[in-house]
Write a protein that binds this ligand. Structure first.
Ligand SMILES: NC(=O)c1ccc[n+]([C@@H]2O[C@H](COP(=O)([O-])OP(=O)(O)OC[C@H]3O[C@@H](n4cnc5c(N)ncnc54)[C@H](OP(=O)(O)O)[C@@H]3O)[C@@H](O)[C@H]2O)c1
Length: 119
């Protein structure tokens, strides 16, 4: 038997039931091109983990998407220059989805050389 807590995030439950979804992580996704890519991916059936370094800005981005009917998105904080933040995201993706199909790195060009590896 599979048991889900009533407190579980409905978006994550959705992704479990529709496990044919491809899973994407988009960095710097609270605004700019990262936000737009998140919107386009989600609109095309990809389940998006929208990340931002600021929790408030990240949640506001999620609210913007849900207000236009996009629900296959979930927020997780990520600061791409903080190792423990990267590890936390990797653990989240591993635990909730068990896979990652698409990684889109959208951050300021000064950070273009930052490498992200999510095993
Ligand atoms: N916009 C375009 O049409 C376009 C086209 C081609 C290429 N690009 C390239 O795409 C990149 C992003 O451009 P943009 O116009 O979307 O820039 P932007 O509007 O300034 O967005 C940059 C994003 O990166 C985030 N960020 C900055 N430092 C971060 C960190 N340490 N960890 C996690 N996130 C961080 C910002 O978060 P905060 O809000 O917290 O600062 C913001 O969400 C640039 O390299 C640009 O050259 C953009």
């Amino acid at each position: 038997m599979i048991y889900f807590s009533v407190n579980a995030n409905p978006s994550i439950l959705l992704s479990f039931f529709f496990n044919f979804h491809r899973i994407a992580v988009v960095t710097g996704a609270n605004k700019g091109i990262g936000f737009e890519i998140s919107k386009q991916l989600a609109s095309n059936g990809v389940f998006v983990v929208l990340t931002a370094r600021d929790v408030t800005r990240g949640n506001e981005a999620i609210e913007k998407l849900t207000s236009i009917g996009i629900s296959n998105v979930v927020f997780h904080p990520l600061d791409v220059v903080n190792g423990s933040s990267i590890n936390s995201l990797a653990e989240f993706v591993k635990a909730q989805f068990g896979k990652l199909d698409i990684l889109v790195k959208c951050i300021h060009r000064s950070l273009a050389n930052v490498m992200l590896q999510i095993d």
